[in-house]
Ligand binder design. Structure first.
Ligand code: KOT
Length: 861
């Protein structure tokens, strides 16, 4: 049980605690004091790392100071809070962000200079907090920044993974992986709360409606203060670590059985050890479900405990708290909140259900079937028997109401056969209902929470996304096109029954980290041009740049900033992969998780085509080519065979192209290993062209597209995800758009079975790979087969289909780059049109339209 205020401090003058002073001299003194007494180093012989650590501790103190005031103020106001439940928070580094958000960059800058460093030098010492895979986790991190900046009472909840996203290396051009030991030098950005521990149970049995778990762990809290920009508010990301209830078994130890003595500890620590343990094994799969219930249960228990300090009527809970579930990973929250309300708080089912469905909200980020989690009923029953009972009851109530509605619909159209009804737009009967199949059974089989595994007869699965839709007050997608697609595909019947639950919330990114801090040159230029830096908090003000887009003077300065950023990246490339890249070439970038649907291989095929064209050209003709530096970055999931091949494709082509004297500086291809947040902060400001080329209908939103846009990088993209809205903002004619539309994809996939219409350039590219022009032909055989041999695969992501149009768009890119004034005009226009994609706007939309949470700003004291 959590212990709360016992100490006799009521009469102490705590309000007169010495708050840290923020003038440069005090900061410098403070750093020296921290390196001496916290780090234990000799202040006269400091290493850069020690200086960073000492400095970080001084920032930590200032954060905690404001954090305490914020939490105290909020407690006195008792507003409604949003709780962001996410298995991932991809925070990156904290130092620069914290110093700037606290508004102390001038003071810290001076203090650091006196110590002989720059903020950037010290920042480089910090490990990235890579507690996420990609877009979904980074979105959560951007949201924390915006929640703090817009003064919303809101906390994040997640897992303090001991090992984050693996470190990626290159071993002879192939991806290699090593654990990310990010906590090795300690973590000054967190506050350990050993007194805040919640018990989490697993396994066991339910007796007389009461669950007796067979195994338990403690979820212990670490608070990560999150400063807002231009506000006194500092909010909280609370991450839980899993600890054993019994640390050590002395009896086993005394018997000489060391392994057994620490077994409970190891099992407990496994839970918060790694981000997404490999789920190829049963233990891995179970561990993943354990992680989910672990942090969700701890978060809900924590919120209920605070709620009960100030309230006694649970019907008030929806007015004080909303939990938002970041994709399916936290969706066990539906069953867990029900369980806590019924079993711990004594509410009846109907009351608990009414509260649950008003307190939870769900965001879907992807339609990729492999990401929509489904847990075997067997696993769920074993690990979480009481939750499984609750889920079964929710499922049977839902199936009852779905059956009633299907029957009513059929009766309302007495003449229509099930098949005919199925072809209607608004039919609850699945379209693929076979003739003679009972339409009610068909609907239940397709949209039941518990349903049969289509690939394994007799195996029943719990569809977590369906439970989330039913158990929450709203379901949203992350870009307009994606929110539309989910209503008509994966959640079709749910949309027909609860249309009011469905919303869109187009993603956004924080302009602090992704423009103001990572691109200081552009920040200064924008501020100078607009006459103020208000845009950092009100990004729509960037539209003021539009009227200057044609100003030649501004264009020249704009280009100079880009050039400086390109030089910074070129230096990084040289230092990390040893390739000299020309900085007068176009910097052309694709950085994101490696995935077939994101089609890095389509980009590579176009690069191979470019290479073959350069080789075939005469020396005179070669002069007409626009030189390009093509930069790739991204991690492949350890079990994703084809994605690993895609990485090797990049490095293999790079090895040939970069060493070809005839090609020289006309083309360079580099793969930068270990793509992460801080590397993105170097790449994005330097990019001139970026690729967002997923097959239409497959990318939920994309968020790096927004970051590139903000930094004045032109976009080559498909009409997918948020690209559609970016095109609307900047004008479609200003973007390089290609490829089929989402609505044509299903038909084209069908037609591909007899596809013969290969572009001759495509054929040459495939031949060059199969002839071994880029090494090991055998290795690339199945990568080629997947897109080129309809007897083996059907080019599901339509690469061959989009290839010619892609090359056409690439030509448009080259032509425009030759006109640097027009290119720069567009670059300015991109930044000027990026206001909509601020996560402040996005968070404000969530706050008003889903969460119903209002800002509470801490006044200046
Ligand atoms: C799903 C399962 C496991 C791990 C990650 C996911 C995931 C990631 N689902 N969607 N995403 C991405 O989320 C981003 C933020 O909304 C989107 O921009 C992006 O398109 C999604 O692919």
């Amino acid at each position: 049980d959590v212990e709360r205020s016992q100490a006799k401090t009521d009469s102490l003058p705590v309000e007169h605690l010495p708050h840290p002073k923020n003038d440069p001299d005090s900061i410098e003194q403070d750093v020296l004091s921290k390196v001496s007494y916290t780090i234990g180093a000799d202040p006269k012989a400091l290493t850069t790392k020690q200086t960073y650590r000492g400095l970080a501790w001084t920032v930590r103190e200032r954060l905690i100071d404001s954090f305490n005031k914020t939490q105290e103020y909020w407690k006195s106001k008792d507003p409604k809070f949003v709780y962001y439940l996410s298995a991932e928070f991809l925070m990156g580094r904290s130092l620069t962000n914290a110093v700037y958000n606290l508004g102390l960059e001038g003071e810290y800058g001076e203090a650091i200079r006196k110590l002989g460093y720059s903020l950037e030098d010290l920042q480089d010492q910090e490990q990235n907090a890579s507690l996420g895979n990609g877009g979904l986790g980074r979105l959560a991190a951007c949201f924390m920044d915006s929640i703090a900046t817009t003064d919303l009472p809101g906390w994040g909840y997640g897992i303090r993974y001991k090992y984050g996203m693996f470190k990626q290396g290159l071993d002879k051009g192939f991806q290699s992986m090593a654990p990310d030991i990010w906590l090795s030098a300690g973590n000054p950005w967190e506050v350990y709360r050993p007194e805040l521990a919640y018990r989490i149970g697993f396994y066991g049995e339910v007796k007389d409606g009461k669950w007796i778990p067979a195994e338990s762990v403690n979820a212990v809290a670490y608070d990560n203060p999150i400063p807002g920009f231009g506000t006194n508010n500092v909010t909280n990301l609370r991450l839980f670590e899993s600890q054993p209830v019994n640390e050590f078994n002395l009896d086993f130890f005394n018997e000489g059985n060391f392994d057994e003595a620490t077994q409970e500890k190891r099992r407990a620590e496994d839970i918060s050890a790694v981000l997404y343990p490999n789920d190829a094994t049963d233990y891995g799969r179970e561990l993943r479900l354990k992680q989910q219930v672990f942090f969700v249960s701890a978060a809900i228990q924590d919120v209920i405990a605070r709620f009960k300090e100030q309230h006694s009527d649970f019907n008030e809970l929806p007015n004080k708290a909303v939990f938002t579930m970041n994709d399916t990973h936290p969706t066990i929250a539906v069953a867990e909140l029900m369980r806590l309300l019924i079993d711990q708080e004594g509410l009846d089912w109907d009351n608990a259900w009414a509260i649950t469905t008003k307190t939870l909200a769900f965001t879907n980020h992807t339609v990729m079937p492999e990401a929509l989690e489904k847990w075997p009923v067997k696993v769920m029953t074993k690990l979480l028997p009481r939750h499984m009972e609750i889920i079964s009851k929710i499922d049977s109530i839902w199936k009852g109401s779905l059956a009633d509605r299907v029957k009513a619909q059929i009766e309302a159209e007495p003449k229509a056969e099930a098949k005919a009804a199925a072809s209607e737009e608004s039919s609850l009967v699945p379209e693929d209902t076979e003739a003679g199949e009972d339409p009610v059974d068909a609907a239940l089989a397709k949209y039941g929470i518990i349903c049969e595994n289509p690939w394994e007869k007799g195996v029943k699965l719990v569809n977590m996304a369906f439970m989330a839709v039913i158990g929450s007050k709203s379901t949203n997608g992350v870009a307009a096109i994606h929110s539309d697609i989910i209503k008509h595909t994966i959640f079709k019947d749910f949309y027909e029954i609860y249309p009011e639950k469905f919303q869109n919330k187009t993603n956004g990114v924080t302009p602090r980290r992704w423009l103001a801090y990572c691109n200081p040159g552009l920040r200064e230029l924008i501020t100078k041009t607009l006459g103020s830096n208000e845009w950092i908090k009100h990004l729509e003000k960037l539209s003021g740049l539009k009227q200057h887009a044609e100003d030649k003077e501004l264009q020249a300065q704009w280009r100079a900033v880009k050039q400086e950023n390109k030089q910074r990246l070129a230096k990084y490339i040289k230092a990390n992969v040893g390739v000299d890249v020309p900085t007068n070439a176009m910097f052309d970038v694709q950085i994101k998780r490696i995935h077939e649907y994101k089609r890095q291989h389509l980009n590579m095929f176009s690069i191979i085509n470019r290479y073959l064209e350069i080789k075939a050209a005469s020396p005179e003709e070669r002069k007409k080519f626009v030189p390009r530096v093509c930069v790739f970055g991204g991690k492949a999931a350890s079990a994703y065979y084809m994605a690993k091949k895609m990485i090797r494709l990049v490095t293999a082509v790079g090895e040939v192209v970069n060493n070809d004297q005839e090609v020289g500086d006309l083309l360079k291809v580099v793969f930068l290993p270990d793509y992460n947040v801080s590397l993105a902060e170097v790449i994005i400001p330097a990019a001139e062209l970026s690729h967002h080329i997923s097959t239409a209908g497959t990318e939920g939103s994309g968020t790096s597209n927004m970051k590139f846009q903000m930094n004045g990088c032109l976009i080559l993209g498909t009409m997918d995800g948020a690209n559609v809205e970016i095109a609307q903002e900047i004008g479609k004619e200003n973007m390089f758009v290609f490829g089929v539309d989402a609505e044509d994809v299903p038909r084209l996939r069908e037609e591909r079975k007899d596809f013969k219409d290969y572009d001759p350039r495509w054929v040459k590219v495939m031949d060059s790979l199969l002839a071994g022009q880029f090494g090991d032909a055998e290795y690339f055989q199945d990568l080629v087969d997947n897109v080129n041999d309809m007897t083996k695969s059907n080019d599901w992501f339509l690469l061959a289909n989009d290839f010619a149009d892609y090359l056409r768009a690439q030509k448009d890119v080259d032509e425009l780059y030759k006109d640097q004034d027009e290119w720069t005009r567009r670059s300015i226009l991109y930044t000027a049109s990026s206001g909509f994609f601020s996560s402040d706007r996005c968070i404000d939309d969530y706050a008003r339209e889903i969460w119903e949470v209002e800002p509470v700003a801490v006044p200046s004291s």
